[in-house]
Design a protein around this ligand. Sequence first.
Ligand SMILES: [Zn+2]
Length: 469
Amino acid sequence: MRKCPMSKRAVSYFAAVVVVVSLLAQTGSLQEQYRESASKLIAAALVDQDAMEKLSFLCDRIGNRLSGSAALEHAVAWAAAQMKADGLSNVATPHVKVPHWVRGNESASVLEPVNRPLTILGLGGSVGTPKKGITAEVVPVSGFEDLEKRGRAGVEGKIVLFNVPYEGYNRTVVFRTAGPSRAARLGAVAALVRSITPLSLQSPHTGALEYADGFPKIPAAAVTIEDALLIQRLADSGNTVTAHLEMEAHMLPDADSANVIGEIPGRERPDEIVVIGGHLDSWDVGAGAQDDGSGCITALEAAHLIHELGFRPRRTLRVVFWTNEENGGAGGEAYRAWVGDAVKNHVAAIEMDGGAEKPIGFGLSANGDLSSILARLREIGGLLGPIDAASVQPGGGGADIAPIMTDGVPGLALRTVGTHYFDWHHSRADTVDKVNLGDLRANIAAMAVMAYVLADMPTPLRQTPSSTR
Ligand SMILES: [Zn+2]
């Protein structure tokens, strides 16, 4: 028989068609398979009342929850009881040792050329001042380059003010974390940091600093944008600005805390695990409502609704409230140690720690080639079209799941519009009134659908549907 000259090309063409058609079929099947359950989860989430009640209790009745505080341990006990009440199984509170920093009283004021009180919040982890406080000239700098240019001659014995405009959290936060030691290296006696926020109504924002080894630990506090600009104007007009700073901040011996864990055990593959959660600790001001009560309660309520609707996923869905995210990360490390070898059975982890504004979808970080995982997550994301939260983009994870992501667990973050999160973040304004009920419900819907499908879909996230186990 005569060999057809087109046969090779035709074969590869048809092979390509088969692949595309089968991919489409799988896309269709995953979406078809879960459309009804996703609709039920979304409908239940959008009328949910329990989550706001739980979040209000956590924020209004228990309050802010810094590592080492009695309130955090109250929150641990409450959360464990709430997980049981919400139908979760295997509720556990594995012990975690956490750093214990105490703010104490603190105050600051400008003494010269005018007398003005400053509104400050000491930075988490800061040392205190001597009892009589520190009185010194304040040198405003516009960044590290400006600081280095002034050198030791310009800042020794002085208080350095990092007056750096907000250019997004990740870009600007370095002045809070590294600024104090950078100033101490040149002989500064204290550091003030313009609050890391786009918006200020005379509200200071705290957060952790990181002292570098080998340099003196100097006291450091956040000032409001208004106060940073006041000091800048006074200095720009040619005056020497003198300020006084008093801080009682100090570290105590490490304290006892715990992660809080509860599960919906898998019906078929209980050893395979999908983790969802947030961090239970907060700073010691405000109420830790958006950061990160909203993440914890969203994850808990997602699991609660899955349980209430009688859905029992193939794999285990595990809710984790990590402790000590804000000033140490001991909870995330302890969770990694607690799971031991079972880390390899973790199919995915979703951390929500960006507040509960209107959700837009999820971000993903994972080792190796993201494209196949992204494609599968986008199939699931398609189920969130009805609430406009279908986006799945590279860039996810979270501080508490970072230790298990190092072992190869794909890490997701629930993403929101993020319009106001950093207006409230780490400030007295992070209270439950900032959480909009409709947005909270939509976050629960997004979390419930993503978590349920990840825990239930026939082939785990990292495997392609055609490969067999
Ligand atoms: Zn947080």
